[in-house]
Write a protein that binds this ligand. Structure first.
Ligand SMILES: Cc1cc2nc3c(=O)[nH]c(=O)nc-3n(C[C@H](O)[C@H](O)[C@H](O)COP(=O)(O)OP(=O)(O)OC[C@H]3O[C@@H](n4cnc5c(N)ncnc54)[C@H](O)[C@@H]3O)c2cc1C
Ligand SMILES: *[C@@H]1O[C@H](CO)[C@@H](O)[C@H](O)[C@H]1NC(C)=O
Ligand SMILES: *[C@@H]1O[C@H](CO)[C@@H](O)[C@H](O)[C@H]1NC(C)=O
Ligand SMILES: *[C@@H]1O[C@H](CO)[C@@H](O)[C@H](O)[C@H]1NC(C)=O
Ligand SMILES: *[C@@H]1O[C@H](CO)[C@@H](O)[C@H](O)[C@H]1NC(C)=O
Ligand SMILES: *[C@@H]1O[C@H](CO)[C@@H](O)[C@H](O)[C@H]1NC(C)=O
Ligand SMILES: *[C@@H]1O[C@H](CO)[C@@H](O)[C@H](O)[C@H]1NC(C)=O
Length: 570
């Protein structure tokens, strides 16, 4: 069974609208596994034949921890790897976000309870070519089955999963081609890389590095580079220098709802190109590849810096002073192309790491010198180490620690430079309220203006262009806690912490890939002024709305019932 709570809360407004509409007409729902309309075994077998035996029936990876498949050794091993993205991204169904996995089949619940499919997809097509995708779309249309586009399963908002769904799984589209001098339809004559939809960050970085190049990708290198990451914007340690991931795209290849494999660039299907470049994954079509700018590699200096307090009232004040000082300095860093991930909670602040692509050690040290002097002046304990690396990849591999998954609930907001500089008191008060009540904040410092990005014409949320801090608030999650705690924590994020951030930056927005799934007014917050235009493009390429993903463009026309069934909302 799907967990009733999150869907019920997510869709309260939509559900109300639907209720009033439902009195006159029956809601139009996708066929659910318990419905008589669900495809027969023979139907599924026929699909399997069409896709050359590449149809997978979901067996959740957690099934080894539950009767009747319980296997003590395998279960223990899974408990050990459950927080490693690789445990999930190699699976055709597993997802990382606890609110969506919802303990329906996880390694930490009572082994005598059954393993349930819950929000996991029922079937997945292990895609090798566009025809597999077209077959999946055709089947979903013919049988009125919910369709999901799945790549790695990293999505925090549950966009790559769905109860009773068929997934097209793009993970094995791993082709990478290097293009030394791009000559396609774009204002770009430099090098480029064509990346299959299943290529992950680490594969793209290694390939680029072997040609003396770098490409913009995430700090977590298991994220799929051409999937939800780039389509939703994509932040990167290189982005204060080159722009967001979506700003790098020269061309997409995509299978649209009519089953056609299309090219989308500035000349061909330019509306689709515009939408896919920042307008969010999982809703306009299934991308099979993207071609992105490759940048000549540069010397990269990078730092780790941590300062702490011992909990005494005096030190706590000093620690917040240092945090405020750091925030005031960030425009100096980001204007030089630097970027940082700032991880902080009561008692500890870490630049984990600070990244200066194109900056020598001396240049970076000069930028951080005032902060270091401030820490000395405040007599706060700190550690600091700036290192210069010959390439982006060598810096990346040394500096980015393993990122665990399934360890928290998330929310957040983009905080513009103007707010940081002109409403310092408001910012400090909001942050302090959040930190003092138990959040671990992951914050990204970056300023990817249009100028930095080379004036691309795309659907990136405009608030990114003014951004200084992408604040991501998290509440740590304990595997053995009941799901009710996860939902309660998510509610705190929506109603208290995100509300405090909304108040200081009401006209900004939220990064759709690192957001609260229950963000009110997600249309405005995730897509800004682009929403209406994106919806028109969605309707043009997917008139039957075969693609649905929670909080994606057009998703407000649907609701997920408590049972997990997907229905039109009115
Ligand atoms: C540990 C961790 C670290 C992260 N680090 C970063 C980071 O550094 N920077 C950053 O910006 N974000 C980061 N994210 C967020 C990340 O961008 C999102 O989770 C993103 O949705 C992942 O995309 P994916 O394709 O890998 O994942 P999935 O969960 O498989 O898919 C996400 C969405 O994209 C859609 N999609 C996937 N493939 C395709 C396709 N081929 N065609 C059309 N739609 C598709 C899916 O339908 C879904 O809507 C991180 C997330 C995690 C869990
Ligand atoms: C699809 O066919 C292959 C090859 O015959 C088989 O191994 C696989 O189990 C089938 N998938 C399903 C869902 O039946
Ligand atoms: C999916 O297909 C790839 C080849 O494209 C293969 O290597 C892999 O084992 C398949 N995965 C599953 C789970 O069948
Ligand atoms: C990937 O590359 C191989 C070898 O060049 C090619 O045969 C195949 O068609 C490519 N696959 C896709 C999906 O482009
Ligand atoms: C491409 O370059 C031309 C000429 O320099 C310029 O007029 C145009 O605005 C550019 N377009 C984009 C999308 O960058
Ligand atoms: C500083 O960091 C670099 C890179 O991680 C490491 O090689 C070096 O040993 C560190 N120096 C100190 C003094 O910790
Ligand atoms: C999680 O909760 C259990 C039981 O309440 C407790 O024993 C354990 O220490 C907690 N783990 C963490 C990491 O907080």
């Amino acid at each position: 069974m799907a967990p009733p709570r999150p869907t019920a809360r997510l869709l309260t407004l939509a559900a109300l609208t639907a209720l009033t509409a439902a009195t006159s007409s029956t809601p139009d729902c996708r066929c659910f596994p318990t419905d008589p309309c669900w495809p027969s075994p023979a139907d599924w077998a026929a699909l399997n034949t069409t896709v050359s035996g590449r149809l997978l029936a979901t067996v959740p990876i957690g099934s080894v921890c539950h009767a009747p498949n319980y296997d003590a050794e395998k279960c223990k091993a899974l408990q050990g790897t459950w927080h490693d993205p690789a445990a999930h991204d190699e699976s055709s169904s597993s997802i990382m976000a606890p609110v969506w996995a919802a303990q329906s089949c996880d390694p930490f619940t009572d082994p005598s309870t059954p393993c349930e499919l819950g929000n996991y997809v029922r079937y997945a097509i292990n895609v090798t070519e566009p025809a597999d995708i077209a077959a999946g779309i055709a089947f979903a249309k013919e049988h009125n089955v919910r369709l999901v586009v799945r790549n790695t399963g990293h999505d925090y908002l549950g966009k790559s999963t769905g109860a009773g769904a068929l997934a097209v799984w793009t993970h094995h589209l791993k082709n990478i081609t290097y293009i030394p001098a791009y000559s396609g339809a774009a204002n770009w004559t430099g090098a480029a890389m064509k990346l299959g939809a299943g290529v992950q960050g680490f594969e793209a970085y290694r390939a680029a590095d072997s040609y003396g190049m770098s490409v913009v990708g995430g700090e977590c290198d298991t994220v799929g580079i051409a999937g939800g990451y780039t389509q939703g914007g994509g932040h990167s340690a290189l982005m204060s220098r080159y722009g967001l991931a979506a700003d790098q795209v020269l061309e997409w290849e995509v299978v649209t709802a009519d089953g056609k494999h299309r090219v989308a660039n500035r000349k061909k299907n330019s509306d689709l190109y515009w939408a896919l470049s920042g307008g969010g994954g999982g809703t306009y079509g299934v991308v099979t590849s993207m071609t992105v700018k490759a940048h000549p590699d540069v010397v990269t200096s990078a730092a780790r810096l941590t300062f702490t307090h011992d909990g005494s009232a005096e030190m706590v004040e000093k620690w917040y002073d240092a945090l405020d000082f750091f925030h005031q300095m960030t425009p100096l860093y980001t204007d030089r192309g630097a970027f940082s991930v700032n991880v902080y909670f009561t008692g500890s602040f870490s630049l984990g790491p600070w990244f200066g692509p194109g900056l020598t050690k001396a240049e970076s040290e000069e930028l951080l010198a005032p902060l270091v002097a401030k820490l000395d002046e405040l007599e706060l304990p700190y550690t600091y180490n700036m290192t210069e690396f010959p390439s982006y990849l060598s810096a990346f591999n040394d500096m980015f620690d393993y990122i665990s998954v399934g360890i928290a609930q998330y929310g957040g907001r983009l905080i513009p430079r103007k707010t940081v500089l002109e409403n310092r008191e408001g910012l400090n008060k909001a942050i302090r309220g959040i930190v003092d009540t138990g959040s671990l904040i992951f914050e990204v410092t970056t300023h990817p203006t249009l100028e930095v990005a080379g004036y691309p014409n795309n659907a990136v949320l405009p608030a990114w262009r003014d951004n200084e801090l992408n604040i991501v608030v998290t509440i740590p999650w304990n595997d053995t806690a009941p799901m009710s705690k996860a939902y309660a924590d998510q509610k705190t994020i929506t109603n208290v912490w995100d509300a405090a951030l909304r108040e200081i930056a009401p006209d900004s927005g939220v990064y759709m890939n690192e957001a609260d799934p229950y963000e009110p007014n997600f249309q405005k917050e995730f897509f800004g002024v682009n929403y209406d235009r994106l919806l028109k493009i969605k309707d043009k390429y997917d008139p039957e709305h075969i693609f649905y993903a929670i909080t994606a463009v057009g998703s407000d026309r649907w609701m997920v019932e408590d049972s997990g069934r997907l229905c039109r909302s009115g």
